[in-house]
Write a protein that binds this ligand. Structure first.
Ligand code: NDP
Length: 280
């Protein structure tokens, strides 16, 4: 069994991007990311900090816009439109969740697709499904990058995803399909889940339930990708996969922390640099 080191791979990606950014800067192109956060979600604050650290390391200029919990939709959309027009800004990221009183889908739709480095705008979602050049949602993008780096075959194999969210599960279907995998997607209404997951050559868990995937759900020799980030009552950070059990059965597995999480941030940086190159 081999542990897929997302932390190390993400570091390599950042190092390569740093060199690329230096070249861009010598040509007068200064990549810049704007991050909008609404309210005081604690987990979001940690994610945003990681993104700002990565920008710093890669040489991307980072600007944060912290909006109050009681921000109106008009105020949020007004800020997004302002950032759309700001020629210094290459990428705009709206950190989710935002307060329930606001319509996050409308906010995502308002971001200029050319600056949509999270790949959540319907234009980018549509292009991904047509296998056209676009901004790919960072977590699925990072998962594909990890599979490719570890030379794990995707073409022709059976990939099973648990979780159908717009940010992970659904775009991952397209990413895997574009690489010629046979894809099955499961969710909370799936019957006989274990029977389905046991068929997976590549099993991806994006559920949000601590240690949900147990050894009996996994085929011997499978590659297991754990997207989940869950804080247990004792404060320990765990994924959606029971690492202890499953690692004995899998041939490759991602750890939590240090797997998909850092890759997601590295792919965000990749998308910001791409946006800067596209625009200038
Ligand atoms: P969502 O809550 O949006 O989606 C969870 C999905 O899991 C849903 O499709 C749901 O089904 C499905 N599900 C829930 N319970 C079951 C069950 N018993 N059996 C089968 N399927 C089930 O989650 P996200 O996709 O946003 O996030 C998933 C996890 O990944 C979270 O822990 C999150 O923190 C983490 N995450 C990590 C990232 C990273 O960079 N590492 C990035 C994004 C998320 P249904 O649709 O039927 O409700």
């Amino acid at each position: 069994m081999e542990i897929m080191d997302g932390k190390e791979l993400a570091k390599k990606i950042r190092t390569n991007l740093k060199e690329e950014v230096e070249i861009l800067k010598s040509k007068g192109i200064y990549p810049k990311l704007a991050v909008i956060m609404v309210g005081n979600d604690k987990a979001s604050a940690v994610y945003v900090k990681n993104k700002s650290k990565a920008c710093n390391e890669v040489g991307v200029t980072y600007e944060e816009f912290l909006l109050k919990e009681d921000t109106t939709m008009d105020e949020l959309l007004g800020l997004i439109q302002k950032l759309n027009q700001d020629t210094d800004i290459d990428g705009i990221l709206l950190q989710s969740p935002i307060p329930k009183s606001l319509d996050i889908e409308e906010a995502f739709r308002t971001i200029d697709p050319k600056k949509d480095v999270d790949g959540f705008h319907p234009v980018n979602v549509g292009k991904l499904s047509l296998n056209q050049d676009c901004f790919v949602s960072c977590t699925p993008y990072g998962i594909i990058k990890m599979l490719e780096t570890y030379h794990i075959p995707i073409e022709g194999v059976h990939a099973v995803i648990i979780g159908r969210s717009n940010i992970v599960g659904k775009p991952l279907i397209q990413c895997l399909l574009n690489k010629n995998a046979t894809v099955t997607i499961c969710h909370s209404k799936t019957e006989n889940l274990e029977e389905v997951t046991k068929q997976a050559d590549i099993l991806i868990a994006a559920i949000g339930k601590p240690e949900f995937v147990t050894a009996n759900m996994v085929k011997t020799g499978a590659t297991v990708i754990d997207v989940g980030i869950n804080r247990k009552e004792d404060g320990k950070l765990v994924g959606d996969v029971n690492f202890e059990e499953v690692s004995k059965k899998a041939s490759y597995i991602t750890p939590v922390p240090g797997g998909v999480g850092p890759m997601t941030v590295a792919m965000l940086m990749t998308n910001v640099v791409k946006a800067a190159k596209n625009r200038k």
